[in-house]
Ligand binder design. Structure first.
Ligand code: TEU
Length: 576
């Protein structure tokens, strides 16, 4: 968010927003660095490692939640929006961190989790105390339906008393009966994460006030957790997302938020990104059009859902490059003239990108750098998830005892109870579990990997002796970090990377991801061999491949890469 984006003259005449050249780095605090030896990463650890992020050159740091929380969902269940959880540190340390981040020329973005709170938040404690409690209406309560007219706990309509058949994202029903007051409350996630009622103006006021306090404190914006879920219509018994995402009021709520929180902060360079499972290109155009004053960008989920089968996200389908290209390029085209994309391949909810989309064995360096290059050369704001800058791989857990994630554990338990084969479930988790991306960052070799002196809350990846920050940064031409650093710098220096138009080439090719970026008379040609075998380029693909003079390689991952053959997992960006 900036003065330029809040100008009504439209995108063609306003100067580009500052975040068009920016890269965001996501920290998952409990797994980043532990300064006090309790096995959980903390603010002290982040402060000790800021140099790493400054060297990388990122512009913005997004912190996953550090607020007070019972940690049922690793902090996405907040019991006090105005304090730091003692697990992570203190408010004073937070202020020191903010100052240090700013002194290094970076910005700090907080996670904003306001679709739900913890059931231990004083708001919910009061709300559940009686049907007449003043804050009762801040949450979503419904009477049980006469038995047989509602859904049962398994989500079968007409078999129980649940007000709708909605399922929680973490298994089980989305309604829990509050015994004390005899009504169900809604929770789209864990039962310890009751959903807030955004229809209530006092609740909205309280959220906006809280956001204003953090901005006054110096933070530079928010990543808004499942923000398209805040306007829901719990009136229909039907299952399905259409009734709990993107309710009619969503645009009004976001515009009101903009008015109450951001509009008056002219002169400050702020950023807002809304996490929106299920958002379509057309929705995203509305959410991110500068003149609508809603959000700067959204996290869409289409490309990270392509390998989900019909049964659930744990129903793993093989990776399909053609489908990925088709999806990402539709978003590039859709938001070309209005709105803005955020770009990501991984985060704390997704498997490690090199394990999911690349080859985390023999070609780990090549595929990690290829993925980074393809993503960062798209138009939008790239997000780097901690550890991706050294090519970290999936956790490789083989027993359910190694998992910590509530989603993984609930799904495993529910499926075992329903008769599924535990080995089969473990295989699915090995690929899909959110814990794959939540293992501690290995800063160096050795048993504790430089993460901290205590036993980490979740095991390190077995390959931490070779895949760690120290080793990667010393790897010269084969440093993933160094490649990321160059990509981030390229976006700073090169208007065509930040703003150029996007055109996909060879859309149906099953191994090649090729596209151009064009701005004025400048053009970049990106050629990526998404496979473990050499790839012969067809000179008909692009005129630059037919010229006698060898085009300049702007960035690549195979030294001396030239000619019409791409080595396995080679990526090359040419100035055409
Ligand atoms: O995630 C929302 C979300 O829809 C998924 O990505 C989620 O991780 C889950 O896997 C659905 O299958 C956000 C946060 O990023 C996530 O960590 C939280 O657990 C969730 O909201 C609830 O706050």
């Amino acid at each position: 968010m900036s003065d330029s984006t809040t100008n009504d003259t439209g995108p063609t005449t306003t100067p580009p927003a500052w975040w068009t050249t920016a890269t965001v780095y996501q920290i998952y605090p409990r797994s980043f660095a532990d300064s006090n030896g309790d096995g959980v990463g903390d603010l002290g650890g982040i402060r000790q490692r800021l140099g790493h992020l400054h060297d990388l050159g990122v512009d913005v740091i997004w912190l996953s939640p550090i607020y007070r929380s019972p940690q049922a969902d690793n902090g996405y269940d907040i019991s006090d929006y105005d304090d730091v959880d003692p697990l992570f540190g203190t408010l004073a340390e937070f202020d020191a961190l903010t100052d240090e981040v700013h002194a290094l020329g970076m910005k700090l973005v907080m996670d904003l989790v306001v679709n739900h709170t913890s059931d231990e938040h004083p708001w919910f404690v009061e709300a559940r105390s009686s049907r007449d409690a003043p804050k009762r209406d801040w949450y979503l309560w419904r009477d049980p339906l006469p038995t047989g007219q509602g859904a049962d706990a398994a989500g079968t309509p007409g078999a129980g008393s649940h007000p709708t058949a909605w399922r929680s994202a973490f298994s089980g029903p989305a309604w829990t009966l509050d015994e004390g007051t005899g009504q169900y409350y809604l929770h789209m996630f864990a039962s310890k994460q009751p959903d807030l009622n955004w229809e209530n103006p006092d609740l909205r006021r309280a959220v906006f006030d809280m956001m204003n306090r953090w901005l006054d404190r110096g933070v530079d914006g928010f990543r808004m957790d499942v923000i398209n879920h805040i306007a829901k219509e719990p009136t229909s018994l039907a299952p399905g997302a259409s009734h709990f995402v993107m309710g009619g009021q969503i645009h009004d709520h976001l515009r009101e938020m903009h008015r109450e929180v951001f509009a008056h902060r002219t002169g400050r360079e702020l950023i807002t990104v809304g996490e929106m499972p299920g958002v379509t290109v057309d929705d995203a155009k509305l959410f991110t059009a500068a003149d609508r004053h809603e959000l700067d960008m959204v996290f869409q989920f289409e490309h990270v859902g392509l390998d989900h089968g019909p049964a659930s996200k744990f129903d793993n389908l093989p990776f399909d490059l053609v489908a990925l290209k088709r999806s990402l390029s539709r978003w590039q085209e859709g938001l070309a003239d209005q709105g803005w994309n955020s770009l990501y391949l991984g985060n704390h909810d997704q498997p490690r990108s090199v394990s999911r989309f690349g080859d985390d064995g023999r070609y780990r360096f090549e595929s990690a750098t290829l993925l980074a290059t393809v993503l960062h050369l798209h138009r939008g704001t790239p997000y780097v998830y901690q550890g991706d800058e050294i090519g970290m791989t999936n956790a490789g857990f083989t027993s359910i005892e190694q998992y910590r994630d509530i989603e993984s554990i609930n799904w495993f338990d529910e499926s075992v109870a329903a008769g599924a084969d535990p080995e089969h479930l473990l295989e699915a988790l090995r690929f899909r579990s959110r814990d794959n991306a939540r293992t501690p960052v290995p800063w160096s070799g050795g048993a504790a990997a430089g993460f901290g002196t205590g036993t980490p809350w979740i095991e390190l990846v077995a390959n931490h002796d070779t895949v760690n920050v120290e080793a990667d940064r010393a790897a010269g031409e084969r440093s993933v970090f160094e490649h990321y650093r160059r990509l981030i710098a390229l976006r700073h220096e090169s208007p065509v990377v930040a703003l150029g138009s996007f055109e996909l080439l060879a859309p149906d090719d099953e191994r090649l991801y090729a596209f151009t970026r064009t701005l004025g008379d400048e053009q970049l040609l990106v050629l990526a061999n998404w496979s473990g075998e050499a790839y012969e380029l067809d000179p008909a693909l692009h005129p630059a491949l037919r010229r006698r003079s060898v085009p300049q390689v702007v960035i690549g991952n195979v030294p001396g890469g030239a000619g019409l053959t791409l080595a396995p997992w080679e990526v090359r960006v040419l100035r055409s």
